[in-house]
Design a protein around this ligand. Structure first.
Ligand SMILES: NC(=O)c1ccc[n+]([C@@H]2O[C@H](COP(=O)([O-])OP(=O)(O)OC[C@H]3O[C@@H](n4cnc5c(N)ncnc54)[C@H](OP(=O)(O)O)[C@@H]3O)[C@@H](O)[C@H]2O)c1
Length: 336
């Protein structure tokens, strides 16, 4: 089988991407409850970009196979997983010796989302992480009974799912983006409150809106000064939930007095922990509900294109230039 291999972590993302190579290896052996998946496609997510530069929370021994999620078909199974053979699946894997940028992947059956046959396999490649992350974050809003939320990196895919699900839940969203063209796009798509982080009156406008809508919950995918500004702009009794660190900068500029006297808090969200805390039946119910919405076309991950193993460096560099254009899929069997 073929797999993509990262020979070394490189702080410079372009150099990291250029260093990727295709390697051949033997098919892995299967243990109890494990399945062998023939991978259809795997996306390049911000977590993969951070992984290639050695800045992600998961650091695998080198040479390493990148990729944390994908879609495919189960073609073989160890003892206790035979019932899954021929099933279409989405998977989310973080094991050291495995990555989704590969022709075949081994996964424990517990880490699979078994799919309805009608599910589109390109969409399925981006199904196991982002839609569930959006759902997990909105669970916090429901628990806190917040009727308005703030989010940054609002041109991205998690943010798009948050907007859509929030609208179904009648929760208002204040979107923050870094490019003017993304402001326009979101407004054209129907987003009501979109702020540009470089607007000289950004903080003033955000504070006013947060007060008006009573937005006491923020989902932060960026960190750095922006997260601090959002935290400071929210009214008392607010929570900022960090779930991504796209700026690679520590959250800064927080007003201590807000923490002490206004009961404001900062917390973190991590999808695998959210999943672990959940009963299997409830997760299955959410998965079925979301799959129906994908099958009907109501929910979709925006996909900007696909790249073959052989052309992976050029494909990824192209997508790095505009993440808001959608996901780049990596396909071993890409015909392009
Ligand atoms: N904690 C968890 O369990 C969990 C799960 C899933 C995802 N995540 C995180 O969620 C975040 C979003 O993921 P995604 O898949 O939605 O990403 P995505 O679709 O690739 O979009 C990323 C968005 O962030 C913007 N962006 C990138 N760097 C930025 C910066 N320094 N400042 C402001 N905006 C920036 C991009 O805008 P441009 O077009 O302007 O580049 C783009 O709109 C990532 O950090 C990811 O790691 C966390």
């Amino acid at each position: 089988m073929k797999k993509i291999v990262l020979p070394r972590y490189e702080k410079n993302i372009i150099r990291a991407v250029r260093s990727l190579r295709v390697e051949a290896c033997e098919l892995p052996e299967l243990n109890k409850n494990e399945v062998l998946i023939q991978v259809h496609a795997a996306p390049c997510n911000p977590s993969d970009i951070a992984f290639l530069t050695g800045e992600y929370n998961i650091v695998k021994p080198l040479p390493a196979v990148p990729g944390f999620e994908g879609s495919g078909v189960v073609i073989d199974a160890g003892e206790g997983a035979e019932d899954l053979i021929d099933s279409k699946v989405s998977f989310f894997i973080q094991e050291e010796d495995c990555g989704s940028w590969s022709e075949y992947v081994v996964s424990d059956r517990k880490k699979l989302v078994v799919l309805d046959n009608a599910m589109d396999m390109d969409q399925a490649a981006c199904f196991a992480i982002n839609p569930f992350t959006a759902r997990g974050l909105l669970d916090i809003a429901l628990l806190r009974e917040n009727r308005a939320i703030i989010q940054n990196a609002a041109g991205g895919q998690v943010a798009a799912f948050i907007r859509q699900m929030a609208s179904d839940m009648e929760i208002e969203v204040i979107d923050i983006v870094r490019k003017e063209r993304t402001v326009e796009r979101l407004q054209n798509e129907g987003a009501r409150y979109v702020l540009l982080e470089s607007d000289p009156q950004f903080e003033e406008k955000l504070e006013k809106l947060a007060k008006k809508l009573d937005a006491r919950l923020a989902f932060d995918a960026v960190g750095g000064e922006l997260a601090g500004k959002i935290f400071n702009a929210m009214p008392a009794d607010a929570e900022l939930v960090a779930y991504g660190g796209l700026s690679t900068k520590p959250i800064s500029g927080i007003h201590s007095m807000d923490l002490i006297f206004k009961d404001k808090i900062i917390s973190g969200f991590n999808l695998p922990e959210w999943r672990e805390q959940m009963e299997d039946d409830y997760f299955e119910q959410i998965s079925q509900e979301m799959q129906s919405l994908f099958i009907s076309g109501e929910y979709q991950t925006k996909i900007q294109g696909s790249t073959s193993f052989e052309k992976i460096s050029d494909g990824l560099i192209h997508c790095l230039r505009n993440l808001s254009k959608g996901k780049m899929l990596i396909k071993a069997f890409d015909k392009e």
